[in-house]
Design a protein around this ligand. Structure first.
Ligand code: F3S
Length: 394
């Protein structure tokens, strides 16, 4: 792989050990995947934040690093709401470790905004063909597919290395030829809302890590595409998908229709809603996986208007988004639901104590059983609110 004189010096340790370690990771990945050079990246999103998944070894690794990131960089969700962790039932010992992890990242110049939707944040606007280094799988999918930016599905260490060096190795989804669809998904019915997450959950396993192109009967919204991508990345390992005539790259050009076709009928979508339907009444309801957009917060605020929820319900979003729309937060919380920031139902240990959960996210449906050991069932946002046991105050 070609390195500039400056990059060679970094690799030789002339700018310190942390930068040396960082560029070593990038060069090693570049060598494995046949990159020709390093390319500049516009921003980084770094996974490996929740103490639930990081543990002490991860904390120690980050604490030892020095230097400052060279590009705007943010974090993935942490294990708790930084402001309301006690209310969530988080143990003080966990909270202390979680704070230490966040402080270690802050020391490196990383903005301590913990979210899987960095594209809603100020200063993180990215556009078609921009190169970035993001690591949370739904954020990667949204950036690649819905925005048309270019990122590999980075691991925590490689995203952090890219943030410190300001560059990444030029391979994978940074290259035109790796972005061509190789499998077609033909959907024979109109889909809306949580159907899109169900679609991703249903076909993700079959697609694996390949690039699909969807042929749809109707055009999904950006929020629906966010749900589709998150579920595809969780039940499979899809980092980029196209929707014929809808997503930016499938609008800019007409891709050749792949030979392999996965047909999808309505009954396959309905099956996802049937998962664990024997759970009569979930103990907790969680929405906002990926973190809610302002439009989704607005939809929820409208749906809970004049209602009192009887069960615990979390609405997960980025703190910056919640702070930008205090009126929406207030309208949602008036119902008894909690707008939970910085974290989510999967990476926080606070959901482990429940036996059952209702979700409106294909990604949460895929991960809650394995990562939280909680049985999960799938529902539309309207049915999630009904499941919360509503008293109508009107
Ligand atoms: Fe985000 Fe957590 Fe879902 S990180 S995509 S809300 S599992």
């Amino acid at each position: 792989m070609y390195l500039t004189p400056e990059e060679e010096k970094t690799l030789n340790g002339e700018f310190g050990e942390s930068l040396q370690k960082a560029i070593e990771i990038l060069v090693a990945l570049g060598d494995i995947y046949g990159a020709d050079r390093l390319i500049p990246v516009k921003s980084a999103q770094i996974a490996g934040v929740s103490y639930k998944t990081m543990g002490d070894a991860g904390l120690e690794w980050i604490s030892d690093l020095e230097g400052k990131v060279k590009i705007p960089s943010v974090l993935n969700p942490a294990g708790m709401d930084i402001a309301r962790w006690e209310e969530m039932g988080i143990e003080p010992a966990f909270a202390k470790k979680q704070q230490e992890i966040i402080e270690a990242y802050a020391k490196l110049g990383i903005q301590t905004k913990c979210t899987c939707t960095p594209y809603y944040l100020e200063g993180f606007d990215i556009g078609l063909d921009d190169h970035i280094a993001w690591s949370e799988s739904s954020a990667v999918s949204y950036a690649n597919s819905v925005i048309g930016a270019r990122t590999n599905r980075e691991g925590g260490p490689s995203a952090l290395s890219a943030a410190l060096v300001g560059k990444t190795a030029n391979y994978g989804y940074h290259l035109d030829e790796m972005r061509e669809p190789v499998v077609a998904v033909e959907v024979d019915c109109e889909l809306s809302g949580s159907d899109l997450g169900a679609l991703g959950y249903s076909v993700g396993k079959t697609i694996g890590s390949r690039v699909p192109i969807f042929y749809m009967k109707n055009e999904p919204s950006k929020n629906e595409m966010k749900s589709l991508g998150a579920a595809l990345a969780a039940s499979g390992a899809v980092a980029l998908y196209h929707i014929d005539g809808v997503t930016p790259e499938a609008t800019r050009k007409t891709f050749t229709r792949p030979d392999e076709v996965i047909p999808v009928e309505r009954s396959q979508i309905d099956e996802v809603y049937e998962t664990n339907k024997d759970i009569q009444s979930s103990e907790i309801i969680t929405v906002g996986c990926p973190h809610c957009s302002p439009e989704e917060l607005e939809e929820i605020a409208d749906l809970v208007k004049g209602k009192k929820l009887l069960k615990e319900m979390w609405v997960c979003t980025a703190r910056e988004v919640a702070e930008r729309y205090p009126d929406l937060v207030q309208r949602i919380e008036k119902s008894g639901a909690k707008v939970v920031c910085d974290t989510c139902m999967v990476v926080s240990p606070a959901t482990n104590k429940y036996a059952s959960m209702t979700v409106n996210s294909g990604k949460a449906l895929a991960y809650v059983p394995s990562m939280c050991k909680v049985a999960a069932k799938y529902a539309s946002i309207e049915d999630c609110i009904k499941e919360a046991g509503v008293i109508d105050e009107n």
